[in-house]
Every structure is written in C-alpha cells, then in structure tokens.
Design a protein around this ligand. Structure first.
Ligand SMILES: Cc1cc2nc3c(=O)[nH]c(=O)nc-3n(C[C@H](O)[C@H](O)[C@H](O)COP(=O)(O)OP(=O)(O)OC[C@H]3O[C@@H](n4cnc5c(N)ncnc54)[C@H](O)[C@@H]3O)c2cc1C
Length: 327
C-alpha cells in the first residue's frame, strides 16, 4: 500500500501534489508489495473537499486529519500524524511532493522512524529495494540510488512529472483521522501570514512569465516587462544579477537559489542563460529569448529568439497585443 501526503488549499489539491500523484499512480500499477491501493492523507480546512476530488488521480481512500490543536501548518505535528497513520496502515512507500512542506515533514518522519528518505525524485523503481532517480545540484545532475529499509520515503521533484487525470473508477472513500499529539509536536507553529498582493499572479503558478536580467539596465526598465506580463496575464521574474543589484526583490528570483517555474511560455529578456538560472526555468514548455547577443547560452534552450534590444522589442510586442485586441 502507498501512503501519499496531499497538500491542499481552499479545498483544491496543490499542483505539486497532483504531479506527485501521477508518479504514485505508476507505482500503484506495479505488482507486488510496492504496488497496490493509494491512500492519501490531507490536513487543514476543506481537506474533505480536496480529498473528494482525488479519485481521478488514482486515490482509493483518504484520511482527513482533524485535531483541535491543528488549525494550521505544524511540521512536527504533521509528521507525528503521518507516523501514526503509518503504524495503522503499514505502507511500503510514503510519498509527498518535493515542496517546502513536503520535504520538511518527510525529513521529520524519516528522523523519527529511522527510515530512508530520498528527496526530489524524478523516477522510482520498486523491487527488493527501491531504485530512485533524484535531482542533485538544483536539477543540473540526475543521480541513481536505492533505498533499503522496511519502508521507503520519497518526495517528488517539482515539475518533473506531468499531472494526469483520468475518469475515476469510483469515489474516494474518506475517513476522519484524529492523531494523538503532544506539546512537543506543536513546538513549531504558524504565528501569522503576510498575504502577497492578491492582484498579482504568483510566479510559480503563472502560465506566462516575463523574465528580466541585467540587460534590462535598471529598476525603471522593468515597467515595460510589467506591462507585457499584465497584457498576457502573467508574472515578472528576474535573474540573480537583478536581485543582487537591488532592482527587484529576491522573491522574484528564478533559479538555483530562487524559484522553480513551469509556465507555458517564459519570455527571457536580457538574460544570458547561466546554468544557475536555467535550472529554475527548464520546466517551461516554451522559451522566447530576447537578447542582443546571438551567442548567449540562453539561445541553446530557447524555442524562439529575437536578436535585438529589449527596450525596442518588449514595448513593440505589447503594442502589437494591444493593437490586435483593439485596445
Ligand atoms: C551558487 C550560485 C547560485 C546562483 N543562483 C542563481 C539563481 O538562482 N538565479 C540566477 O538567475 N542566477 C544565479 N546565479 C548567477 C548566475 O551564475 C548568473 O550570474 C546570472 O544568472 C546572470 O544574470 P543575467 O543573465 O541577468 O546577467 P548577464 O549574465 O550579465 O546577462 C545579461 C544578458 O543581457 C543581454 N543584454 C544586455 N543588454 C541588452 C539589451 N538592451 N537587450 C537585450 N539583451 C541585452 C546580454 O547580451 C546578456 O546575455 C547563481 C550563481 C551562483 C554561483
């Protein structure tokens, strides 16, 4: 049996969790102890709503964790709950998304249970041991390894597996699970949150990202990129050269030490395409590079390229979009 930690917000499963379930479904089809039914575990308000939609992602049964002290994310309490579910259900494999929460909770589970954990996997091959392929160096290197132990813990690398939805054979059976939690399990709790600007499209969810690099020339140069992103319903992202110069906040940085994005289209403006940047945008379905240098490394990754000055090209694209929309 496979136990899958599914993250959700507002009654909808998180995209990374759905990617994780696509990998889990492949595992579930394997014969033997490693395969078998998928049991999901969900936390938080509206977890029941999110669980109800999981049948199309191969989930047979789901435990919705409810506890009076678990009103928000608490990594050790989530780990304690998972461990108690594992004791009750004896899964062979426990899987989570390689999100910040997924990796944090699974690290606690591994440490407490003394079980092997492989984070950021792109493939898993069950047998007597669990063969895995995992990302290293922010995805610039893939490593094959195996896990040996009575149960295997795995997190799935973000955007390494495409989400899959099929017609569900039946509904997911949902049950309530109330863990026994101690004060120790609640040492780390969320105290408050600062909401991002609700009108802004989140970089990690955006279908179109307009990226700006050193070639933008300064903070004021981003007005044209903002305009293009707004017209395309997308978000602005940047290279580290830009955050290092203080032109834009680190929250917008794409790359090894920034965010991983997976838009349908990444428009890279004045970005050379250093490997540390590429690891953050390589899951983009298409890349349009706008650069004065036809030899820039980004050209090797680009689906399309415009060789020229972004200060002319970006406003020209925006003007054309406005013209075709009659605005
Ligand atoms: C440990 C480590 C971690 C790192 N993490 C990250 C990371 O997370 N993200 C990241 O981005 N980088 C990261 N870096 C830095 C990375 O190596 C590069 O230095 C950085 O990505 C370069 O940013 P850039 O492409 O904007 O600038 P540059 O490399 O300077 O490229 C600027 C580009 O703009 C073009 N250009 C100039 N003027 C114009 C114009 N008017 N119109 C069009 N094109 C123009 C130039 O031809 C050039 O290709 C990291 C480095 C290290 C060592």
């Amino acid at each position: 049996m496979i136990l899958a930690l599914v993250e959700q917000a507002g009654g909808s499963p998180d995209r990374l969790s759905l990617e994780m379930l696509a990998l889990v479904r492949r595992l579930a089809e394997v014969a033997g102890a490693a395969g078998g039914p998928v049991h999901a575990v969900l936390f938080g308000d509206e977890a029941r709503t999110a669980a109800a939609g999981l049948a199309a992602h191969g989930v047979a049964t789901a435990s919705v964790v409810e506890h009076e002290r678990l009103d928000d994310y608490a990594p050790e309490a989530w780990a304690a709950s998972l461990l108690q579910l594992m004791a009750a259900r004896s899964p062979t494999i426990v899987v989570a998304a390689g999100s910040e929460r997924g990796n944090e909770v699974m690290a606690h589970v591994a440490a407490r249970a003394g079980l092997p954990l492989a984070a950021n996997c792109t493939d898993v091959r069950p047998g007597d041991r669990l063969g895995i392929t995992r990302q290293r160096w922010a995805g610039s290197l893939l490593e094959d390894a195996w896990l040996d132990g009575p149960a295997w813990l795995v997190t799935v690398a973000p955007h390494a597996v495409a989400t899959e939805e099929t017609v569900a054979a039946g509904a997911t059976t949902i049950e309530r699970f109330t863990p026994a939690l101690s004060e120790n399990d609640l040492r780390v709790r969320v105290d408050g949150r600062v909401e991002a600007d609700p009108d802004r499209v989140s970089l990690t969810d955006a279908r179109v990202v307009v990226g700006g690099g050193r070639g933008v020339g300064g903070a004021e140069g981003f007005a044209d990129l903002e305009e293009l992103a707004r017209l395309l319903g997308g978000a602005v992202g940047v290279s580290r050269a830009v955050t290092s110069a203080g032109w834009r906040p680190h929250a917008e940085q794409i790359g090894q030490t920034g965010l991983r994005i997976a838009p349908d289209l990444y428009i890279a403006c004045g970005i050379s395409g250093a490997i540390q940047h590429i690891v953050g945008c390589k899951a983009a379905k298409q890349i349009l590079a706008i650069n004065t240098d036809p030899e820039a490394p980004i050209m090797e990754k680009a689906t399309y390229a415009v060789i020229g000055d972004l200060r002319d090209i970006v406003p020209a694209i925006s003007a054309e979009i406005r013209r075709t929309r009659g605005a």
